[in-house]
Ligand binder design. Structure first.
Ligand SMILES: Cc1cc2nc3c(=O)[nH]c(=O)nc-3n(C[C@H](O)[C@H](O)[C@H](O)COP(=O)(O)OP(=O)(O)OC[C@H]3O[C@@H](n4cnc5c(N)ncnc54)[C@H](O)[C@@H]3O)c2cc1C
Ligand code: SF4
Ligand code: SF4
Ligand code: SF4
Length: 346
């Protein structure tokens, strides 16, 4: 029997989180734009000597796929604490630098020995990397709106390290949580980012930046979605913007089926929406999240009851779900297994 992820791939709702690649015991799946499984019925693989790498149908991957698991109805039900924060050292960060600040402090205190992050070069080509000290964290500051299979890097991390922090968008935070619950407790902390959508690398680098924004990619210093617009800041101080609707239609297909805006499966979620400019909105969701945030609190300025606060977050959760929930439910009807949007609290 083929694994459930085969149907996720076939219906083009694979979020490319990378979890199936991380856990497959024989390396039969790789994730690029989407997961690809080495099919045991493909005879050419045996001719190429790759017969030992074909899928054995063990179904491990089905237990960690966020699309197989499905979404939850009330994303905010598990929020224990909500506040705004800003790291005391935040230069180069996207917003308040809370994400980098947490990782740096945990490395300095010896509480983690690995974290997964994304760097980029001057052409904004992203790369998933394993970070092993506070200096490494510097290289990952700033949001890349492209999609990369962050969770796949756990395959290497599990071989080398015992206390691993994962940073990722909601689909990645979700699969990291499924891996922690089903496969390995080496994931000690999951930091989930807020996320409305992401883009294939070629779409961002070859269409949106040069054609829609009319900017040379090497000149871009920062990209940002905020206040209804997509903004690009260049190194010579220019600011370019277009309405979000002009670029959102180019988002990846799985993002048009995604019903998690705030990383409901993370220990700590971090975003910008809900907090003032230059600050992060922070959602503590689990006991682990409370414990780890307490360890790094000294490094942060905290703002209780920030404005515009949870009201705006709720509005954006609804915006994301308005069409996506319908799209996802339509696909669910075609699947041979049970998934969907469930009402329980995680
Ligand atoms: C695709 C995407 C869409 C987002 N959409 C929203 C949104 O709609 N509303 C909102 O409030 N916030 C959104 N965010 C989150 C926001 O951009 C910031 O990441 C967040 O506020 C943390 O800011 P910071 O200053 O703490 O991050 P920093 O200290 O700058 O750290 C950035 C961290 O993000 C990681 N990272 C960067 N790009 C990616 C990526 N593509 N995938 C996984 N990890 C990555 C880096 O490895 C690093 O750990 C989005 C982020 C991404 C990646
Ligand atoms: S079913 Fe097992 S062998 Fe096949 S891709 Fe999934 S994890 Fe790998
Ligand atoms: S686990 Fe992630 S990468 Fe693999 S099929 Fe599911 S969504 Fe795609
Ligand atoms: S919208 Fe964000 S969380 Fe959802 S699939 Fe796309 S990248 Fe992943």
């Amino acid at each position: 029997m083929p694994p459930k992820i085969a149907e996720v791939i076939e219906h083009d709702i694979c979020a490319a989180c990378g979890a199936c690649e991380a856990v497959c015991p024989i390396g039969a799946v790789t994730v690029k734009k989407a997961a690809e499984i080495r099919d045991p019925n493909d005879l050419s693989l045996y001719e190429k000597g790759a017969g030992y790498l074909v899928c054995e149908g063990c179904l491990t991957c089905s237990r960690v796929c966020p699309l197989v698991d499905g979404f939850v109805e009330n994303e905010l039900a598990n929020v224990r604490k909500f506040f705004a924060a800003r790291s005391k050292e935040n230069a180069g960060s996207q917003d308040g630098g809370v994400t980098s600040g947490i990782l740096k402090s945990l490395f300095k205190q010896g509480k983690i020995d690995c974290a997964i992050g994304i760097t980029r070069n001057e052409k904004w080509e992203p790369k998933v990397v394993l970070l092993t000290n506070a200096e490494d964290v510097e290289r990952t500051r700033g949001t890349k709106y492209t999609s990369d299979p962050v969770v796949a890097a756990l395959r290497e991390a599990f071989e080398k390290y015992d206390r691993i922090a994962v940073v990722g968008v909601p689909c990645q935070a979700h699969s990291a949580r499924l891996i922690r619950e089903n496969i390995s407790e080496k994931i000690v902390l999951i930091i989930g980012l807020l996320c409305m959508e992401s883009f294939h690398r070629d779409v961002m680098l070859e269409k949106i930046i040069p054609e829609i924004m009319k900017v040379k990619i090497e000149d871009v210093r920062k990209m940002e979605f905020t206040k209804g617009k997509f903004w690009v800041y260049t190194s010579d101080g220019e600011v370019h913007s277009v309405p979000i609707k002009d670029v959102a239609k180019y988002a990846r297909n799985p993002c048009h089926h995604c019903c998690d805006y705030t990383s409901v499966f993370a220990d700590i979620s971090v975003g910008s929406v809900g907090a003032p400019d230059g600050w992060n909105s922070v959602f503590i969701r689990t006991e682990i999240g409370e414990e780890y945030f307490d360890m790094v609190r000294e490094e942060m300025e905290i703002m209780e009851d920030p404005k515009p606060g949870l009201e705006l977050v709720r509005k954006l959760i609804d915006t994301k779900r308005k069409n996506n929930a319908e799209h996802f439910k339509e696909v669910c009807k075609e699947l041979s297994f049970e998934t969907g949007i469930r009402s329980e609290t995680v």
